[in-house]
Write a protein that binds this ligand. Sequence first.
Ligand SMILES: Nc1ncnc2c1ncn2[C@@H]1O[C@H](COP(=O)(O)OP(=O)(O)OP(=O)(O)O)[C@@H](O)[C@H]1O
Ligand SMILES: [Mg+2]
Length: 256
Amino acid sequence: MTSTPAGRLSTGVPGLDGMMGGGLLPGDSTLVAGSPGTGKTTLGLHYLAAGVQAGQPGVFVTFEYLPQQIYRDAEKKGWDLKQWEAEDKARLVCTTPKILLADSAKKGTVLDQVVGDIGAQRLFIDSMSHFEFTGMPSGDLRERISGLMNHLRLLKVTTVMTHEIAQIVGPAVTISNYGIEFLVDNIVVLRYVELEGELRKALNVLKFRGGGHDKKYRVLELTDEGMVVKSDFAGVENISLGSARRTVKERAQRLV
Ligand SMILES: Nc1ncnc2c1ncn2[C@@H]1O[C@H](COP(=O)(O)OP(=O)(O)OP(=O)(O)O)[C@@H](O)[C@H]1O
Ligand SMILES: [Mg+2]
């Protein structure tokens, strides 16, 4: 296992840490935006597992799953979330976006309590897309989410949050309708790319306020052990369009 540089928090996925200068900066917020089934929740579990290993307790906030589903999915990858909870290394909170938003305006919230309870340094929210279902106008929602971000900064937690990208493939990628992209420090995009008739997964660090970062699309794989970020798509172009193709040079080289 690679070691995390001082002053950085590992995401639990070495290939991703490497793309971000060794890991996340303490207190930062990171949006993991991805198409369905690209590994958003898996990445959050890696993030909490890395925290358990580093002695940094974490809180998992979900709006969409029942606890049993999360325990089961974590267990499949070898993470005993129930045991972490028993040892005060993690907490699982199943709540609603409305409760979290209403809470963020005041002190002594559910989040304050659970973070204080275990001295959490890491927070994972799955997923921010659910805020769009509250029916709030996008301007109001942006203001409320901005308030929530400030609240998280005061709590001194480092947050990873997911957001759904509805598009499976294609050039147009919309993350949110209320501009969360501008409120977070970092954005990691997980998406599908069609290459020679095969749907592949790709990861890109779109924005990273912590400094220089790897701007390449990298091959993303989900395995029994979880998420693996591999090499770049060498000799392939148009990945952002969703339908990638080998470069002219690469095609010529393949002919000889
Ligand atoms: N052992 C495995 N080998 C290959 N793929 C796997 C394996 N385990 C899980 N997957 C894939 O991981 C994906 C589910 O991961 P995860 O739940 O983290 O994705 P997600 O982006 O959170 O999904 P959703 O959009 O439903 O929230 C599925 O596409 C599944 O096929
Ligand atoms: Mg998920």
